[in-house]
Design a protein around this ligand. Structure first.
Ligand code: NAP
Ligand code: MG
Length: 474
C-alpha cells in the first residue's frame, strides 16, 4: 500500500475554447471540405470536434496556394522571414498553457509532459530556426543556398505540435512554403497553429494545413507540384512513400520507427539508470520513435536493477492526462491499444515473463499499464518489433562486445542509451552503435540545435540543428 495518496490536481480545460467544427487552413483562410471526421479525447472517448476531411481537390488547392506564396516568400530577405518566425515563437510561448491543455486533450499525453516538454521545445524550435533565416550562406551549404519550393509534410500523432514545429520551422526559415497533414487522431493543435500563423500576420499560403486520413497524406506526397517531402511515421508507410517519390526529383526525408537499446553496465549508478529507463520507455506512454524499448542490462547487476525498476514502476501514476501528478496518460487510439495488447500477448506466448505494478485503469478511454518483460531473447518478437507503447523488453549481456552486438541486432537504428561510470567505455561503445542519437547517462533529451535521425529502417535525413537546414535547401 502507498504511504499516502495524492489528491486530484486537474489542470483546468477552460483555457481551451473548442469550436464544434474546423475547416482546412488554405491560403490564410479556414475553408470547408465535403467530408468530415471526428477527433476524440482518448482518455474518455468524448468527441472534441469535427474536422474537415481533405479530398484530392482540397490538397490541390492547398498546394496551389503554397506555390503562389512561394514566389514572394522565398524572395524576402532572411532577416524578414526571421521576424515572422520569432513572432510565431513568442505567440506560442504566450499561448503555451492553452496549447498544452489542447495537446493533452486530443492526444492523451500527461499535462506535465505537454506543458514542460512539448511546448517549450516547440517554441525553442521556432526561435532556433528564426536565428538561421538570415545566415543560410554561413551554414556550410554553399555561398547561396536556395529553397526547394513547396514542402509536403506528413506527421504522426505522438508529438503532434512538436513534429509540426520540427517540420515547419526549418522549411519557413529556408524560404520554402508548406502544406502539412497532421495525423487523423490528433489534428487540433495544427489547426490552432494555423490561428497562430494568422495572428503573426504570416502571408497567406505560406503555411497550409490539410486534415484527413492516410489517403490525404498519400495524395499530398504524390502531388506533382510538391518539391520536397518530409515524413515522420511508420516504416511501412515510409517505404511506400520512398517508392512513390523515387525518380520524381522530389527531395525526401523519412523519420521512421525504432527499437532502441538502453544499455546498463555494471558500474552504472543504479538509481539514476532506473530513472533513465523509466523516462526512456514510459515517457509519452512509450509512443516515442526513439523510446528505449530494449533494456540491455549486464548480467551481474540484473537482479538488483530489476528490483529497483519494479519498485520505481510501482510509483508511476496512470490516469487523467490533465491531472498534474499523472505520469502515464491514455493510449492515443483504440487501434494503437489493440496493437500494444496484441504484441504484449505475443510476448507472453513466446515465453517471456510479464510484470506490471498493480494499478487501476479508468473504465472509459484507452489505457495500458506500464509493463516489463524479462527473460526476453533476441528471437522474441517483442525484442524485434516496435511496440510503440509502455512496454519494456529486458535482455541481459555479459561483455561490452556482446552488448554492442545485441544493441545493433535490429533492423532499426534511431537511438540508443549507455549507462556507465567510465567515460572511456561510453565513448568506445557509442562509437560502435549504429544509431543516429546515442545518449550517455541520460535518455530522451531533445534540443533544437542537435540533429536527429536514423540509420537503416529508421529512415534517412536529419531534422534539427544545422543539419536540418540541408533537407530544405539546394
Ligand atoms: P503511420 O500510418 O505511418 O502515420 C503517420 C502519418 O502518415 C499520419 O499522418 C498518417 O495519416 C499518414 N499516412 C498514413 N498512410 C499514408 C500514406 N499511404 N501516404 C502518406 N501518408 C500516410 O503511423 P501510425 O498508423 O500512426 O502508427 C503505426 C506505427 O507507426 C506505430 O505503431 C509506430 O510503430 C509507428 N510510428 C512511428 C512514429 C515515429 O515517430 N517514428 C510515429 C508514429 C507511429 P493518418 O493519421 O490519417 O493515418
Ligand atoms: Mg484525438
Amino acid at each position: 500500500m502507498p504511504l499516502f495518496d495524492y489528491a486530484p490536481a486537474p489542470e483546468s480545460r477552460s483555457i481551451v475554447s473548442l469550436a464544434p467544427s474546423y475547416g482546412l487552413f488554405i491560403d490564410g483562410e479556414f475553408t470547408e471540405a465535403k467530408g468530415t471526421f471526428k477527433t476524440i479525447n482518448p482518455a474518455d472517448e468524448e468527441v472534441l470536434a469535427e474536422v474537415a476531411l481533405a479530398a484530392p481537390e482540397d490538397v490541390d488547392r492547398a498546394v496551389a496556394a503554397a506555390r503562389r506564396a512561394f514566389e514572394s516568400w522565398s524572395a524576402l530577405p532572411g532577416s524578414e522571414r526571421a521576424k515572422y518566425l520569432f513572432r510565431i515563437a513568442r505567440i506560442l510561448q504566450e499561448r503555451a498553457r492553452e496549447f498544452a491543455v489542447l495537446e493533452s486533450l486530443d492526444n492523451g499525453k500527461p499535462i506535465k509532459e505537454s506543458r514542460d516538454v512539448d511546448l517549450p521545445l516547440v517554441a525553442a524550435h521556432f526561435f532556433y530556426y528564426a536565428g538561421w533565416a538570415d545566415k543560410l550562406k554561413y551554414a556550410g551549404l554553399g555561398p547561396d543556398p536556395r529553397p526547394l519550393g513547396v514542402a509536403g509534410q506528413v506527421i504522426p500523432w505522438n508529438f503532434p505540435l512538436l513534429m509540426l514545429a520540427w517540420k515547419i520551422a526549418p522549411a519557413l526559415a529556408t524560404g520554402n512554403t508548406v502544406v502539412l497533414k497532421p495525423a487523423e487522431t490528433t489534428p487540433l493543435s495544427a489547426l490552432f497553429f494555423a490561428d497562430v500563423c494568422r495572428q503573426a500576420d504570416l502571408p497567406p499560403g505560406v503555411v497550409n494545413i490539410v486534415t484527413g486520413a492516410g489517403d490525404t497524406g498519400r495524395y499530398l506526397v504524390e502531388h506533382p507540384d510538391v518539391n520536397k517531402v518530409a515524413f515522420t511515421g511508420s516504416t511501412e508507410v515510409g517505404r511506400q512513400i520512398a517508392r512513390s517519390v523515387a525518380g520524381t526529383g522530389k527531395k525526401l526525408t523519412l523519420e521512421l520507427g525504432g527499437k532502441a537499446a538502453n544499455i546498463v553496465f555494471d558500474d552504472a549508478p543504479i538509481d539514476q539508470a532506473v530513472e533513465g529507463i523509466v523516462n526512456g520507455i514510459f515517457f509519452n506512454q512509450g509512443h516515442v520513435c526513439c523510446a528505449g524499448s530494449r533494456l540491455l542490462v549486464q548480467e551481474s547487476i540484473a537482479s538488483p536493477l530489476l528490483e529497483a525498476l519494479k519498485r520505481r514502476m510501482s510509483t508511476l501514476r496512470v490516469g487523467d492526462p490533465l491531472d498534474k501528478n499523472t505520469d502515464i496518460g491514455a493510449i492515443n487510439s483504440k487501434a494503437q491499444l489493440d496493437r500494444i495488447t496484441e504484441l504484449a500477448g505475443v510476448g507472453s506466448d513466446e515465453g517471456a515473463e510479464r510484470w506490471s505494478p498493480p494499478c487501476e485503469l479508468p473504465d472509459r478511454g484507452f489505457w495500458f499499464a506500464p509493463t516489463i518483460f524479462t527473460g526476453v531473447t533476441q528471437a522474441h518478437r517483442i525484442a524485434r518489433e516496435e511496440i510503440f507503447g509502455p512496454v519494456l523488453s529486458v535482455l541481459t549481456f555479459r561483455t561490452p562486445a556482446e552488448a554492442v552486438e545485441k544493441a545493433n541486432n535490429t533492423p532499426y537504428g534511431l537511438s540508443a542509451g549507455i549507462w556507465s561510470d567510465k567515460g572511456s567505455r561510453i565513448l568506445a561503445v557509442a562509437d560502435q552503435l549504429r544509431a543516429g542519437v546515442v545518449w550517455a547517462n541520460t535518455f530522451n533529451k531533445f534540443d533544437p540545435t542537435s540533429p536527429f535521425g536514423g540509420y537503416k529502417e529508421s529512415g534517412y535525413g536529419r531534422e534539427g540543428g544545422r543539419h536540418g537546414l540541408e533537407a530544405y535547401l539546394a
